[in-house]
Design a protein around this ligand. Sequence first.
Ligand code: CP
Ligand code: NVA
Length: 309
Amino acid sequence: MKHFINLKDIPSKDLRKIIVDAKKRKKQRKKLNTLEPDKGSPLKGKMLVQMFEKASSRTRISFYLAIKQLGGGTLTLRSNELHLGQGGETIADTAKILSTYGDGFMLRTDDDKKIEDFQKHINIPIINGLSPSSHPTQVLSDVFTVEEIKKKPISKLKICWIGDSNNVLDSLIAASVKFSFKLSIGCPKKFAPGKKVKDWVSKNKKKIFIYHDPKKAALDADVIFSDKVISLNDKVDKKRKKQQFQKFKIKKEIFKYAKKNCIFLHCLPRGDEVEESVFLAKNSHVWQQALNRVHVQKSILLYCFGKLR
Ligand code: CP
Ligand code: NVA
């Protein structure tokens, strides 16, 4: 049984296999309607339970479409509707019940330990739909989007992140190691990636480049990524944090330092970390990026269900 919890723990060759499958499937279903299944309905009869402890638009809808297009179905739950969320049932018992009724479990949570605890007790694959330390389905899909637009392996590109050191960046750092691409990060000193992440990169004999000046981070970049400065349930002084990031707001001028055909990506939802003119510019591919979640998550589901060919 294969879980999809953190890119760090998944072999590079499996991540590449998922991307190759997603590319093939996306191409093959060009003429199909949204809910029509892929040829052969490879997950016919399978049910994915999705549980959200935090808000979600894209992850929820794209997983619904992903499993439907593979011939299966999904049930979406809010944790506060369950005995677990009300404090009346343990993770162990909930995990047993989920394993009895469902075939796969996707969890969005504020607590990485909860994913670990579910993993101990569950007999079906778990997919991390965003946790404090990781947003793996988003970032694998972003690697797919970059290669789709640039028509090159990501290892040949310079990727830049300007923004907070959050779950999406942690997964992007893991991806930079797994796919061997150059990653430069622009962030205020106080919000730089932590020691644990940096040590993991060094242990894997790779490097990330951290700058406290957005222009330096953007230099010669093929892709500039950003994300909200204030993440979901971020327990900080929001006004103060936004002020600390003022110099890092993505404006048109930053693209002067990047490569001529540099693209902009953002996982959404957006805040005021990026100017509207950048977000809606021709070189911004945020809508294509959001749509690709469906295609890549289909191949992630196949991987977890042991059906990736
Ligand atoms: N990018 C992303 O995960 O969006 P949602 O929070 O809407 O799922
Ligand atoms: N870093 C953001 C990503 C949202 C998809 C958050 O955790 O809220």
